[in-house]
Design a protein around this ligand. Structure first.
Ligand code: ARG
Length: 443
């Protein structure tokens, strides 16, 4: 029993399965397989089973019932007697378990989508708070070009929107009715699948009973979308961990969302961000599990498929918790503009601006790139920042350099000069913020 029973885990499906059973009882009465009176008794009994559910029920019954299906059946029998046996007419646990899982997952997709929006709102709030602040954008973890901090934060709003869209898209493949498939071949009884689909809010009825009872790709799809979400969350977390580290010191975390060290009294650690970064590894593991559980598995139902649930439930649980904490943590962050200004005291951040300056004056791009490279070498060799090199030094490399070159060593000017759609230009970033505030408004 310890080895094979799944009640301790799949009792998570209780409410979904009770909903499925209520609809199923009404359907059986509608087509005349059971009487209206029996259906009423069953529905009432199901209400009672659901009402008496307490979290301790899980541990109390975990050695008594094999799974959530036998639990509901057994508890129903205790309450209404032999009539309870009619609820399983024309179906198998094979088409039942997948239906309850789909009902459960559909609701979780809604709830997680709303939590993603809440995280996006917190990021837009922070972006607004960071208005006008400039940091060195990095590639290869090295200073590259000045960017607006708001632009950096909105990058995550954009990525999370993709995750949200992917989740909504995956819902279409979750929201399919599998009942009527029975164990694998379908049923000879006059089950009304259209009625069930309507009652349970399914958009579609399966067109293949073997696919319906075998396939858990809908779980793999949701887990892969959530893995991508966690991939983004781990990068977001890592940026804040970096910005919170001493060399950066761009952000300060609220005491409520940081912990100290048991040894070093001066410490304030970004635990929530570190746990999000670390936990993403666990989430990726669950995706690998659901893929491997199904790999090479012959049709139709095999008990292997029972293993689809622990990773699914754990992913959903961890995602809810992370998305509950993250918006609160983000909103509590304060910025240190002084540290940002200090980190911009590196003239090589403007190297690309100088290249584009030369291109605007008619030099071919590759020549401009090479020329600025040489200027930088001179600056390093003479131990002078770029802005300290005299104009005649610049002129030695190209006569296209003029006195206006010195206007380039300015982070505001650098971001303001950007023109392309999606760039870090302050006007554009401002309009993006307004756009997101409108799109994410609470309905
Ligand atoms: N606990 C099982 C699962 O989650 C339910 C289906 C069992 N079906 C069977 N034929 N043993 O997959």
């Amino acid at each position: 029993k310890d080895f094979s029973y799944s009640f301790a885990t799949d009792s998570e499906l209780l409410h979904a399965e009770v909903d499925v059973n209520r609809a199923y009882a009404r359907m059986l009465a509608k087509v005349g397989l059971i009487s209206r009176a029996d259906a009423r008794k069953i529905v009432k009994g199901l209400d009672a089973v659901e009402l008496s559910w307490k979290p301790v029920t899980r541990s109390k019954y975990s050695a008594l019932y094999e799974d959530i299906h036998s639990f509901i059946q057994g508890e129903l029998e205790k309450r209404i007697g032999a009539v309870a046996k009619k609820i399983h007419t024309g179906r198998s646990r094979n088409d039942l378990v997948v239906t309850s899982t789909r009902v459960y997952l559909r609701a979780e997709i809604e709830a997680i989508s709303e939590k993603i929006r809440e995280t996006q709102r917190a990021l837009v709030y922070l972006a607004r708070k960071a208005k006008g602040m400039i940091i060195p954008g990095m590639t290869h973890l090295k200073k590259a070009q000045p960017v607006l901090l708001s632009h950096h934060l909105l990058a995550y709003v954009e990525m999370l929107q993709d995750d949200s869209d992917r989740l909504r898209n995956a819902r279409a493949r979750v929201n399919v009715l599998g009942l009527g498939s029975a164990a694998l071949a379908g049923s000879a009884l006059p089950l009304d699948q259209k009625f069930l689909a309507r009652e349970l809010g399914f958009e579609r009825i399966t067109s293949n009973s073997m696919a319906a009872t075998s396939d858990r790709a809908f779980i793999a799809e949701v887990l892969s979308v959530l893995a991508m979400l966690w991939m983004h969350l781990s990068r977001l977390a890592d940026d804040f961990i970096l910005w919170n580290s001493e060399p950066f010191n761009f952000v300060e975390l609220d005491d409520e969302f940081a912990t100290g060290s048991s040894l070093m009294p001066q410490k304030k650690n970004p635990d929530i961000f570190e746990l999000i970064r670390g936990r993403s590894g666990v989430i990726f593991g669950h995706l690998m599990s659901i893929l491997t559980i199904q790999k090479g598995l012959s049709l139709c139902y095999n008990r292997d498929l029972q293993e689809d649930k622990p990773g699914l439930f754990d992913t959903i649980y961890k995602t809810h918790l992370a998305l509950k904490l993250l918006p609160l943590t983000l909103r509590s962050v304060t910025f240190n503009p002084e540290s940002m200004a200090l980190s911009l005291l590196d003239d090589t951040l403007f190297a690309t601006d100088i290249v584009e300056y030369l291109v605007r004056k008619g030099m071919a791009f590759s020549d401009a790139h090479e020329t600025v490279g040489k200027v930088i070498r001179t600056s390093i060799e003479s131990r002078k920042p770029l802005r300290a090199l005299k104009l005649d030094v610049y002129k030695k490399f190209s006569n296209k350099f003029g006195p206006d070159i010195y206007k380039l060593f300015n982070a505001e000017a650098s971001v303001r000069a950007k023109k392309t759609v999606g760039s870090t230009n302050p006007g554009r970033v401002g309009r993006e913020m307004t756009k997101w505030e409108r799109l994410l408004r609470k309905k």
